[in-house]
Design a protein around this ligand. Structure first.
Ligand SMILES: C[S@@+](CC[C@H](N)C(=O)[O-])C[C@H]1O[C@@H](n2cnc3c(N)ncnc32)[C@H](O)[C@@H]1O
Length: 470
């Protein structure tokens, strides 16, 4: 059994759901044993082969859309011990000194695990602290201003005591240290400073309500690859297009991890093909459709371009797989019960510059949006194999009255014999005392994603066609 610390993306609900869904099943089986708004602590029981360990982690990282870093846990400090060493109010330094000495001993013990060879080596390291929540006062006033310098100075000193030739640490901007508004280093820094290489490391101190997990980073998301695919592809759509990380998360929600090359995935509203591109990169057999011929051609060209980048020997004939057709006619061209997953972002309505009023938003949803979603759900039932899933996003419109208007998707799905799958399972999540960290299971049947001041938000849903044999 191995324990890992996973750094979550900005929508931590989605990231936690993604992790939980991936590790419910082989090849990597395990569970989330603790979390905060920034990290998840994961115990993997099966699936990690010690010989191909780092490759396995890279594979896991490659699949995740909402995970920024994967680090192996080396040690843990109980929260009471951290707070005794770094209290909010220092009354007597004499009292806190023994607690700090204990932490220092722990740091010394874990050094050989991070750097197998220290003597005569030039070592460079970066310390990253992930708090429960960035708004925590304890993070701003104590962890950034006192704990971080303590860790840097102690690691440096301890490395020199072990005869390192050099022991240099990553210096965060002074201004951020002083104000306490500090972000730990980003994945691209980890790559830029070669922190995954010998004699170099990122050491993470990740806080939850229980304590501080100390971990060494093994893999990070490759922002350059994702960015290149998203921005450099021949055609990008200037209409609404889904960010790659969400496309990846949605594909993971389909729960198809083995023999991907034999799994057929469909996006019936493919636009310029973001979801299909990431499905193709993940190894799926991809199919798509769009009502506009222009988008069908863009998707085909984009997919071919990706095939060339991946140096695929046999690029499929995408012309046969991506069709110019209205959702309601899809059943005429694809065989019934032939897809292993449908993943899509359908229509979201106009781009509002100002919030509409409730009546307008409701009319738009009922008359323009709902029929298309209803059609999608009806057709998904026909096209999916039994037991397989439909993952979709649906619009939530914020109105001038500060109300949220949305489609009754669960009801629509039930009418057409698709079951809603709650994105979180009750028995796999435990409680947190901080209200901001609690997962309200009722509201987590589906998950909302929104940016500040966004009028139309995205809601992620997952449905399944009943498997009559089970
Ligand atoms: C939100 S976009 C999809 C974006 C895509 N997921 C991406 O990231 O590139 C929705 C697409 O649905 C297509 N569409 C709208 N109504 C449709 C219908 N009735 N049948 C099929 N496609 C439709 C539009 O042409 C548009 O390209």
């Amino acid at each position: 059994m191995k324990r890992f610390l996973l750094v979550l993306g900005s929508n931590w609900h989605l990231s936690l759901a993604e992790i939980d869904l991936i590790i419910r099943n082989p090849p990597f089986k395990g569970r989330i044993i603790d979390y905060s708004a920034n990290i998840a602590i994961v115990e993997i029981e099966e699936g990690l082969n010690p010989k191909t360990y780092v490759n396995n982690l890279e594979l896991l990282q490659f699949y995740f859309g909402g995970i920024l870093k994967i680090a192996e846990i080396l040690d843990f400090i109980d929260i009471s011990k951290v707070k005794s060493a770094f209290p909010e109010l220092v009354v007597s330094y004499k009292k806190i000194k023994p607690f700090r000495t204990n932490i220092s001993k722990k740091l010394n013990d874990l050094l050989p695990k991070v750097f197998p060879k220290i003597e005569n080596e030039s070592i460079f390291f970066a310390v990253s602290i992930y708090p429960n929540l960035y708004i925590d006062d304890y993070y701003k006033s104590i962890l950034v201003k006192h704990f971080l310098p303590f860790l840097n100075e102690n690691f440096s000193r301890l490395l020199k005591e072990r005869n390192a030739r050099k022991a240099i640490f990553y210096k965060y901007p002074q201004r951020n240290m002083e104000t306490g508004n500090l972000n730990p280093i980003f994945p691209h820094h980890v790559i830029r400073y070669n922190l995954l290489e010998e004699n170099r490391a990122e050491i993470i101190f990740g806080f939850t309500e229980e304590g501080c997990y100390i971990a060494r980073t093994y893999t990070v998301t490759n922002p350059n690859f994702q960015k290149k695919i998203d921005e450099k592809r021949p055609f990008t759509s200037f209409e609404r297009s889904i960010p790659p990380k969400f496309a990846k998360i949605m594909l993971n929600f389909l729960n198809l991890y083995e023999n991907k090359e034999s799994k057929r995935i469909l996006d019936p509203f493919c636009g310029s093909g973001t979801i299909l591109i990431f499905a193709y990169i993940n190894g799926f057999e991809v199919y798509g459709a769009d009502i506009k011929n222009k988008y069908v051609e863009h998707t085909i060209k984009n997919l071919r371009w990706v095939g060339k980048i991946l140096e695929e020997e046999n690029i499929p004939n995408f012309k046969e797989r991506i069709k110019n057709i209205d959702i309601k006619d899809l059943i005429n061209i694809f065989e019934q019960s032939s897809f292993d997953g449908i993943c899509t972002e359908p229509i979201f309505g106009p781009f509002y510059k100002q919030k509409p009023d409730f009546k307008d938003a409701k009319t738009l949803l009922d008359t323009k949006i709902r029929p298309t979603f209803e059609e999608l759900i009806k057709i998904a039932y026909k096209l999916l194999k039994p037991g397989k899933r439909l993952c979709l996003t649906s619009p939530v419109i914020e109105t001038v009255e500060n109300l949220e208007v949305q489609l009754p998707l669960q009801k629509i799905a039930e009418k057409h014999k698709l079951n809603l799958i709650p994105i979180f399972k009750k028995n796999r999540i435990f409680s947190k005392s901080n209200k901001l960290l609690q997962l309200n299971l009722n509201s987590l049947k589906s998950i909302i994603e929104s940016k500040k001041n966004q009028i139309i938000k995205r809601k992620f849903y997952l449905f399944q066609k009943l498997d009559n044999n089970k």
